[in-house]
Ligand binder design. Structure first.
Ligand SMILES: Nc1ncnc2c1ncn2[C@@H]1O[C@H](COP(=O)(O)OP(=O)(O)OP(=O)(O)O)[C@@H](O)[C@H]1O
Length: 144
């Protein structure tokens, strides 16, 4: 990530294509980065209404994500953008590399067809998973 907060707003920089999911912190969208034409995942993070500016917990999370993004087995946080919701309240967009699938969807696709996941694929996925988790643990971060 070149800058922690870029000058363009999320609306200027990205075109949202569709909602792809929702987590604890907010909605996730598939979007196009207008400057590069690349597909990214935009994670909209709600900020508490009573907070002025970005809360320290959010800043800490962004800084942890930036650090973890150095590992190739962790989804990369590319940028952070500021935006406004319909009520004019500030929201943060975390810009991640877009992942076409995840482990849950991948396992489910095999369950639906009744096929077994090949042992070599399980081995490779477990290796990548352990490497990512080991990187987090090596930096004092525990994934809950
Ligand atoms: N980088 C990404 N690329 C593509 N889809 C993503 C990406 N990140 C998240 N998603 C989609 O959005 C959904 C919600 O993701 P998110 O990380 O916000 O929540 P979560 O995985 O439930 O974790 P948490 O509980 O920590 O919020 C995921 O299940 C996935 O479908």
């Amino acid at each position: 990530m070149e800058k922690s907060m870029s000058t363009l707003s999320a609306r200027e920089a990205f075109e949202k294509l569709e909602k792809v999911g929702e987590g604890t912190y907010g909605k996730v969208y598939r979007a196009i980065d207008k400057s590069t034409g690349k597909i990214v995942a935009l994670k909209k993070t709600r900020l508490h209404e009573d907070e002025e500016g970005v809360p320290p917990t959010t800043l800490r999370e962004v800084s942890i994500l930036r650090m973890l993004s150095r590992d190739p087995h962790v989804v990369r946080l590319m940028d952070v953008k500021q935006g406004q919701n319909k009520e004019g309240k500030m929201v943060l967009y975390l810009v991640f590399e877009y992942m076409h699938t995840d482990l849950k969807k991948f396992i489910r696709s095999f369950r639906q067809t009744g096929e077994n996941i090949p042992a070599s694929t399980v081995k490779s996925l477990m290796y990548q998973l352990c490497k990512g988790v080991a990187f987090c643990h090596g930096h004092g971060i525990l994934h809950r």
